[in-house]
Ligand binder design. Sequence first.
Ligand code: ASP
Length: 340
Amino acid sequence: MLARRSFLKLSSLGLSAFGFSSFRSEADARKPIVISTWREGIEANKAAWAVLSKGGRALDAVEQGVRVTEASQNCCVGLGANPDRDGYVTLDSCIMDEFSNCGSVAFLERIKHPVSVARRVMEKTPHVMLVGSGAQQFAQAEGFPLEPQKLSVEAQKAYDNWLIKSEYKPVINIENSGNLKKQEAFAPHKLENGNWNHDTIGMVALDANGNLSGSCTTSGMGFKMRGRLGDSPIIGAGLFVDNEIGAATATGQGEDVIRICGSHLVVELMRQGNSPEMACKKAVERIIKIKGPAAKDIQVGFIAINKKGEYGGYCIQKGFDFAVCYADDKNFMVPGKFII
Ligand code: ASP
């Protein structure tokens, strides 16, 4: 600690110009490393780590990692998640690799692993994004089975509850910014089964070869307007990777992440020399500046890693945390620092 403190003093005196900053980076850096949003990230990281620890590619790690969350019926990602206001689960996902290849699917129904469909879009089509029935058709053609159109037990309960309380009337409220109803859709709360209610997992990884990739997958805002897309399937908003600099992903109110091209902004802020944590903080501050007092009614969190394997995260308000894994016995939660 003392050593670190005195180092910080030295760097504040401008000694980084003499090479001290690279000393510090190496001391803090980890490779390989994977980080992901929310508590579900712990299980997802394990699957990603299984790939990374064997020298595997970050792209495979981030796909395998979030597939765990997509398959979980106990979490609000994947087909077990909360439906839209008409009672249908619609899924959004994207993936990006070290060559800036990217693929995305949105408004996809009845397919268990949107992230893998996104990867096929990236690898097998000349396009970046497929949506709706076209995405579903492509998924089926690629051999992904059509799953039954049935809500999970938890989601059915939540939907029934929502219908009683709202009688479809607060729909306007949900779409109005700065409204508490909207916040409720994102506010983390514990389900009866002890799991946490989050709609998204975003994951970014650096592999042993020093290459970065990321993935993001979501059911979107709970009880959203049918057809609504958030940031999660949008390259640059919910996810961005630049193999020269770093990778970032977002969670929370997608509309406000899109407004600032959030994940791209975080990567660009790292390019300007900010640490991952500082880059995430500055992106969050930009949203707060735009939203003004309404910022207190929303949550957005960013996480990021840079090319050296340093990581960080920041959010608007308390309650967001992320999972970090860089060894078999090092897979732990980090509370997101917050501003409000
Ligand atoms: N960002 C997601 C969306 O707006 C939701 C979330 O992260 O919980 O669809």
